[in-house]
Design a protein around this ligand. Sequence first.
Ligand code: EPU
Length: 338
Amino acid sequence: MVIYQNISLKPYNTFGIDVKADQFVEVKTIEEVQVLCTTFILAERKNLILGGGSNILLTKDFDGMVIKMNLKGLDIIKEDENHAWVKAMSGEVWHDFVMYCVNKNLSGVENLTLIPGCVGAAPMQNIGAYGVEIKETFEELFAVEMESGKLVKFTNAECKFGYRESIFKHEAKGKYIIVAVTFKLSKKPNYNLSYGALKETLANQGIVEPSLKAISDAVIAIRVAKLPDPRELGNSGSFFKNPEISLAEFNTLKEKFPEIKGFPLPDNKIKVPAGWLIEQCGWKGKKVGNTGAHKNQALVIVNYGNATGEEIWNMALTIQKSVHEKFGIKIEPEVNVI
Ligand code: EPU
């Protein structure tokens, strides 16, 4: 394990922001993570745990230690007639894990094909797409407690998953380093084709009883058509979360904006697509300096070249302000702004 000084983080974040870290270390084993905690007393240093760097916006140089998680391994650790439990180490690329499951005909994460990032980051914000969230297949995770260096287990309930939420964004924030995640996948077809775009794509292909591979391919087609590839255009996926408002607020807005879209939630709330709100404010495809909202999906803010993190953050704040002025809704960032 080598600790490097003064390293550019440009290759380690999908926005492609060129800031420097005072210290940078790559870890490949649980033991290395534990050594960082006990010998280097990580809990007392400013630190940043990085997976794929696909959900952060770095706005300035990082005057602390960056830990790049590179623990690898994918294994079926248990099986019964109906299920298989796959343990994935945190540094595995999320999409590679999904492909491992699809190729083994294990169902449950196929709708989450091509989501950028690493396995270890997935539980932090309960990643989701096309009607599926990881909380549905998540069994447990192992994390190293920063202060003690001990390996601890979190069950599904202990993670307190919500929409793009978990305990790791709240009371457990900054206290644990996730090293491995186990998912319970189904051996029998257990598909979720409820999401409009997914249903339509499969129907257009004339597929009635899709295979896991067909679903995964359809998700790839939808994502590629709408979402920019970070290797070509720096971005962090959805920049904001979709806001949840009360039914009463939604009905009032609907009188003024009859076209407004909303998806009912169980507790009499409505989830409004932030992409639609941003588009209505005129931001879709608009370029300001080196940044702007993407032409195919207004919820994605992109780096057109050499944008600084600060420039992107200012763009995000401007978009947030205009949505608030027009609709009275405050959209909150989904990415971690550092
Ligand atoms: N919409 C617009 N204009 C836009 C974008 C979207 O009107 O520019 C409307 C669409 O017409 C659609 C609705 O908004 O009716 C929803 O759009 P979409 O299906 O693209 O999904 P989303 O709500 O914008 C969420 C996730 C994505 C995930 C998709 C598909 C969040 C914050 N984002 O986006 O996740 O891929 O659903 O399930 O929940 C991510 O988290 O980084 C991410 C990409």
